[in-house]
Design a protein around this ligand. Structure first.
Ligand SMILES: NC(=O)c1ccc[n+]([C@@H]2O[C@H](COP(=O)([O-])OP(=O)(O)OC[C@H]3O[C@@H](n4cnc5c(N)ncnc54)[C@H](OP(=O)(O)O)[C@@H]3O)[C@@H](O)[C@H]2O)c1
Length: 313
């Protein structure tokens, strides 16, 4: 079968010598929902591609990216703990990934005979020239898209937001949200120094955004949990319960998607708020990655259904 030929509906869709590959690298990676979601998307697009998952030790990340490049992979996703380290390991770094300090998607690009660098997934024939890796970040745009969809917002302009956490996901979220024209961004983190560093960074890159450390005296339009508190059933709330009960924020987004309902989401709903988990963000970082690799619109409905089935049965 030619390099990029569509598989007809009744074709044998087993792996063969023309199959091309994408993958997610993580450590651990066993619980990743990305293969289920991405393979459903690839099938729906009729591509003879497969999306795999590899447990790559951090010490081996550079070699694994290089191996994928040399073996003709279309692209990669990177998950915990690789997103920061990969900044130094790609040949070209997208501006957004540099600003956010995190790479979650790699597109392998080849020199098109006509000149420009082109994603290898868009080529009609296997690349026979130089291939390079481009590092991008699709997480932060995915968060904004998920927030708008979950809460029926046209824009986040003018909103007041309380962001819990100052790790990798919180940092990318804060720097991206700051560009949405928020009225104020409140930062709370267990290690206050990290929140202060993040505030200083926002002040530098987005000086128009009012960033304040600590809990807001009044309520806010939106609370986002970007800590890892809530992953385990026994975790305490990532937020001051008293603040939540008295300020009763209208919208609460938890980046955690497994379990489906975290303690924070339960508490937010019982305080009268609208709450959503991080599955939408996971979905949209994946659909955007697929679009970068294929150059085609992602089959969002199919990918959402596959993701939800994988996550929640
Ligand atoms: N939905 C999605 O697509 C998506 C994408 C990315 C991440 N996420 C989720 O976002 C969360 C954060 O990920 P990350 O990559 O930013 O992780 P990270 O860099 O390790 O940051 C972890 C954050 O959680 C805080 N934290 C950890 N343990 C805590 C505890 N016992 N008490 C209070 N705070 C605690 C940390 O505070 P300190 O600074 O004090 O250590 C830090 O702010 C994870 O749950 C991840 O699953 C979801």
């Amino acid at each position: 079968m030619p390099y990029n030929q569509r598989v007809s509906n009744d074709a044998d869709d087993s792996v063969n010598a023309s199959t091309r590959y994408c993958a997610v690298f993580g450590h651990p990676v066993r619980h990743s929902a990305s293969p289920a979601m991405q393979n459903a998307g690839l099938r729906a697009l009729g591509l003879n591609w497969r999306y795999l998952a590899f447990d790559v030790h951090p010490d081996d990340l550079r070699a694994a990216i290089e191996g994928a490049r040399r073996m003709g992979f279309i692209g990669l996703n990177l998950t915990v703990p690789h997103k920061l380290a990969a900044l130094e390991m790609v040949d070209v770094l997208d501006d957004e990934a540099r600003t956010l300090g995190s790479v979650n998607t790699i597109v392998f690009e080849a020199l098109d005979p006509s000149g420009p660098w082109t994603p290898v997934g868009g080529l009609d024939a296997p690349p026979n020239r130089e291939v390079r890796s481009r590092g991008l970040n699709t997480d932060a745009d995915a968060l904004v898209q998920a927030l708008k969809e979950e809460f029926d917002w046209e824009s986040l302009g003018g909103a007041t937001v309380l962001l819990l956490g100052a790790g990798g996901a919180a940092r990318a979220a804060a720097l991206r949200l700051a560009r949405e024209g928020l009225a104020a961004l409140y930062l709370v983190n267990r290690t206050q120094g990290r929140a202060a560093e993040l505030a200083a960074e926002i002040a530098k890159s987005c000086p128009g955004t009012r960033t304040i450390l600590g809990y807001p005296p009044e309520s806010v339009n939106l609370v986002i949990n970007a800590t890892s508190l809530g992953l385990k059933a026994e975790d305490p709330l990532p937020i001051d319960a008293q603040w939540l009960q008295t300020r009763r924020p209208r919208f609460v987004y938890d980046m955690i998607y497994r379990p489906m309902e975290t303690g924070l989401l339960r508490a937010a709903r019982s305080a009268g708020g609208r709450a959503a988990n991080g599955a939408g963000m996971l979905l949209y970082q994946g659909t955007r990655a697929l679009e970068l690799w294929t150059g085609r619109p992602a089959p969002v409905k199919v990918m959402r259904a596959a993701l939800e089935k994988n996550l929640y049965g």
